[in-house]
Write a protein that binds this ligand. Structure first.
Ligand code: 5GP
Length: 176
C-alpha cells in the first residue's frame, strides 16, 4: 500500500481533546501516589504516549516495551517479547500505554510480564479499543475511543509501516 491519505475516521482535533481528557483523569487518579511510570508499547503507542505524557500534571517517568506478534499481516497471533523495560519498576505505579486493543492478547501478555517485575500497581490505557474483538478478560482502565472492525492507521499506527505519522486516525479497511 502506498503512503497515501486514507479517509479520516477520528480527526486530529478530536484526538487532541480526548487525550487531554484522559490525561486529566489519570492526573486526578494518581494525584497522591507519587511518580507514575508510563510504559509505551512500541511501536504503535509512541505518539499517543508522547502527547499523553505532556498533558499529565503529575510526576511521570517514561519507559518502553516492545512486542511482536507471531501472526502475519493484520491477524493477531501469539505474542513475543522483543524488548523489556530498561529501568526497574519494582514498587512503582505503572500505566501500560497501548495504541489499540484488539483481541487483548498483547495487553494480557504484557500485564503478565510486568507483574513479574513486582510493581506497586498496574493499570492500562489504550487510545483505541475494538470491543467486539476482545477475547481476553482484562480490565482496561482508560480508553480513548471505541471503534468497530475497521483497520486503522495514523497517530502511531501503521499498515505495513505506512501512514504511522498521519496526524489523524484513518480507515484503510479493504473494501472488497
Ligand atoms: P491484540 O489483538 O493483541 O489486542 O492486538 C495486537 C496488535 O494488533 C495491536 O497492538 C496492533 O499493533 C495491531 N492492531 C490491531 N488492530 C489494528 C488496527 O486496526 N490497525 C493497526 N495499525 N494495528 C492494529
Amino acid at each position: 500500500m502506498s503512503d497515501t491519505q486514507p479517509p479520516v475516521m477520528i480527526a486530529e482535533s478530536d484526538i487532541r481533546e480526548r487525550v487531554a481528557e484522559l490525561a486529566g483523569k489519570i492526573s486526578a487518579d494518581y494525584a497522591d501516589k507519587g511518580e507514575l511510570v508510563l510504559i509505551g508499547v512500541l511501536k504503535g503507542a509512541f505518539i499517543f504516549l508522547a502527547d499523553l505524557a505532556r498533558n499529565l500534571t503529575i510526576p511521570r517517568a517514561i519507559e518502553f516495551i516492545a512486542v511482536s506478534s507471531y501472526g502475519t499481516g493484520s491477524k493477531s497471533g501469539a505474542v513475543r517479547l522483543v524488548m523489556d523495560v530498561r529501568g526497574s519498576i519494582e514498587g512503582r505505579h505503572v500505566l501500560i500505554v497501548e495504541d489499540i486493543v484488539d483481541t487483548g492478547n498483547t495487553l494480557g501478555y504484557l500485564i503478565g510480564i510486568l507483574e513479574s517485575h513486582n510493581p506497586a500497581s498496574i493499570r492500562t490505557c489504550t487510545l483505541l479499543h475494538k470491543a467486539n474483538h476482545t477475547k481476553v478478560d482484562i480490565d482496561i482502565d482508560y480508553i480513548g475511543f471505541e471503534i468497530g472492525d475497521e483497520w486503522v492507521v495514523g497517530y502511531g499506527l501503521d499498515y505495513a509501516e505506512q501512514n504511522r505519522t498521519l496526524p489523524y486516525i484513518g480507515n484503510v479497511t479493504p473494501t472488497d
